[in-house]
Design a protein around this ligand. Structure first.
Ligand code: FAD
Length: 413
C-alpha cells in the first residue's frame, strides 16, 4: 500500500501522553497528526484524575476544571491515618474537561486531531526503522508516512510491540470506579482504603471533585490476585459508612473501568523512528498508580527531542535516544523504588496494614504527597527521617532490600 499522507510526526493516542507530545512537537513547527480511536478526546473516562496542584498550574488548566483537596485520609482494616493541610496538596480533575482542554491546546498549536481513527500497525523499512503508521477509520484503511511515530496508545502498547521496541507488559493494576452525585459526602478529603475487604492487593479510593460529585473506585493488581475489582466496589458502595463515607441519597451517574501497567519502566522506549510515551512505556509512578503528571511531562520532553532529531535528520539513526536517557536520569531510580513498594504493598495482610498505618501517621505531613508521587529523592528521605526516630529502624531494615542507591544501576525490568 502506498502512503496516503505524509506527516513529520504521527501520534497514536489522544490521552495526556499523546496530547503533550503532539503539542510540543507542533510548537516546534512540525506537521503533527494525532489519531485517537475514540469518537472524542477524554471519553470514556478511565482514570480517577488525582494529580498535583503544580501539574494543573504548569499546564494552565482552568481552575473550574479541578477541585482542591486539603485532607488525606488512609483507612485500614482497624486503623486510620489522617493528614490535614492549609493549602491544597492534591487536585481531582474533571477528566473529560481537562483532556478536552489539552486537546484544544494541541489543536491551537497546529496539531491535526483525527478522532475515530485507530492505529493498527507501524510501517517498517528493511532496517527495522519505523517509517509510518497504518490506521483504520470507519471502513477505510490507510497508510501514513511519518518521520517519527509516537506510541501513546496506553497500557496495551500495541504499536511498540509490533515495532519491536519492547515486548509489552504482564502485570496490571485493574480499576473499577463509579461517579456519584453524593450530597452528603465530604468534598475536601481524598480517602485511600487498604485491606482485604475492599482492595486485596491494591487500594480503594473516594475522590470528590466538586459540586457534590465523587469518584469511588477499587484497584487490584492482576498478576497478584485475580479478583474482579467491580465486586469489591459494589461491597464498598453498600457499606461506605464503615470507612466514614456518607453516601446517603447518592446517585450513580457513570461507571468507569481501566488498566494501568505495573511492571516497571519498559526496557526500551526510544527506537529508530518511534518512541513510546506514558502508559505505553509504563512510566506511571506505582506507589498509587499516578500517570497523568508523568505522561504530560514525558510527552513534553518527547516532543522537544523529536523536533531536534527531525531538524538534524537523525530520527532514524539514534536521534530519539536522548528522550529515553533524559527520562531515565530524572525518574528511573524513584520509579524503581515505587515499583518495589507497590509489589510489597500488594502482599500485605490486614494485620500488616494496621501496623503500617500506625507508622504512616508518623510521616511528616509535608513529605507525604511527595512519597505518594514516588519522589524518593535523598532530600525527601532526609526530611522524613529528621525528627522522626520511629521511622529510622524501619528504613534501616528495608535499606538492604531496596539497595536504595544501586537500584537503577542494577535493575532492568
Ligand atoms: C482506574 C485507574 C485510575 C487511575 N487514577 C489515576 C489518578 O488518579 N491519577 C493519575 O495521575 N493517574 C491515574 N491513573 C493512571 C493514568 O490514568 C495513566 O497513567 C494515564 O492515563 C496515562 O496516559 P496515556 O496518555 O499514556 O494513556 P491513556 O490515558 O490510556 O490514553 C491512551 C489513549 O490512546 C487511545 N488509543 C488506544 N489505542 C489506540 C489505537 N490503537 N489507536 C488510536 N488511539 C488509541 C485511547 O483511547 C486513549 O485515549 C489511573 C489509571 C487507572 C486505570
Amino acid at each position: 500500500m502506498t502512503a496516503a499522507e505524509t506527516h513529520d510526526v504521527v501520534v497514536a493516542g489522544g490521552g495526556p501522553a499523546g496530547l503533550a507530545t503532539a503539542t510540543e512537537a507542533a510548537h516546534a513547527g512540525l506537521d503533527v497528526l494525532l489519531v485517537e480511536r475514540e469518537a472524542e478526546i477524554g471519553s470514556p473516562v478511565h482514570t480517577s484524575g488525582a494529580t498535583a496542584p503544580a501539574t494543573v498550574e504548569r499546564y494552565g488548566v482552568p481552575q473550574e476544571l479541578y477541585h482542591p483537596i486539603t485532607s488525606l485520609r488512609f483507612a485500614g482494616p482497624e486503623r486510620e491515618a489522617v493528614f490535614k493541610y492549609d493549602k491544597p496538596v492534591l487536585v481531582i480533575i474533571d477528566v473529560r474537561g481537562t483532556y478536552k482542554f489539552l486537546g484544544a491546546r494541541a489543536a491551537e498549536a497546529g496539531v491535526d486531531i483525527r478522532t475515530g481513527a485507530t492505529a493498527r500497525q507501524p510501517v517498517l523499512d528493511d532496517a527495522g526503522a519505523v517509517t509510518g503508521l497504518a490506521i483504520e477509520a470507519g471502513d477505510e484503511e490507510s497508510q501514513l508516512a511519518a518521520k517519527v511515530v509516537v506510541d501513546a496508545s496506553g497500557y496495551r502498547a500495541a504499536i511498540s510491540k509490533l515495532a519491536g521496541l519492547h515486548t509489552g507488559f504482564e502485570r496490571f493494576g485493574v480499576g473499577a470506579e463509579v461517579e456519584l452525585i453524593a450530597p452528603s459526602c465530604r468534598q475536601d478529603e481524598a480517602l485511600l482504603i487498604v485491606g482485604s475487604r475492599y482492595a486485596p492487593a491494591g487500594y480503594a479510593w473516594v475522590f470528590p471533585w466538586g459540586q457534590q460529585r465523587v469518584r469511588v473506585g477499587v484497584g487490584v493488581h492482576h498478576g497478584d490476585v485475580r479478583s474482579d475489582p467491580r465486586d469489591h466496589l459494589e461491597l464498598l458502595l453498600t457499606e461506605a459508612d464503615r470507612v466514614g463515607v456518607d453516601l446517603t441519597d447518592a446517585q450513580r451517574t457513570e461507571d468507569h473501568f481501566g488498566l494501568i501497567p505495573a511492571d516497571g519502566l519498559a526496557p526500551r522506549f526510544a527506537g529508530n523512528g518511534i518512541l513510546a510515551v506514558g502508559d505505553a512505556a509504563c512510566q506511571a509512578t506505582l506507589v498509587v498508580g499516578e500517570g497523568i503528571r508523568v505522561s504530560l511531562d514525558a510527552g513534553g520532553e518527547a516532543g522537544r527531542v523529536i523536533a531536534a532529531a527531525i531538524q538534524n535528520g537523525t530520527q532514524a539513526s539514534g536521534g530519539l535516544a536522548p528522550y529515553e536517557a533524559t527520562f531515565r536520569r530524572a525518574n528511573e531510580r524513584s520509579l524503581n523504588i515505587g515499583r518495589y513498594i507497590n509489589r510489597r504493598l500488594a502482599t500485605f495482610d490486614d494485620e500488616e496494614w494496621n501496623e503500617k498505618l500506625e507508622l504512616l501517621q508518623a510521616v511528616p505531613r509535608g513529605t507525604l504527597p511527595r512519597l505518594l508521587q514516588s519522589d524518593f529523592s535523598i532530600g525527601t528521605a532526609l526530611t522524613m527521617l529528621t525528627g522522626h526516630p520511629r521511622l529510622w529502624g524501619r528504613v534501616a531494615r528495608y535499606a538492604d532490600e531496596l539497595e536504595l542507591l544501586r537500584l537503577p544501576l542494577n535493575e532492568g525490568r
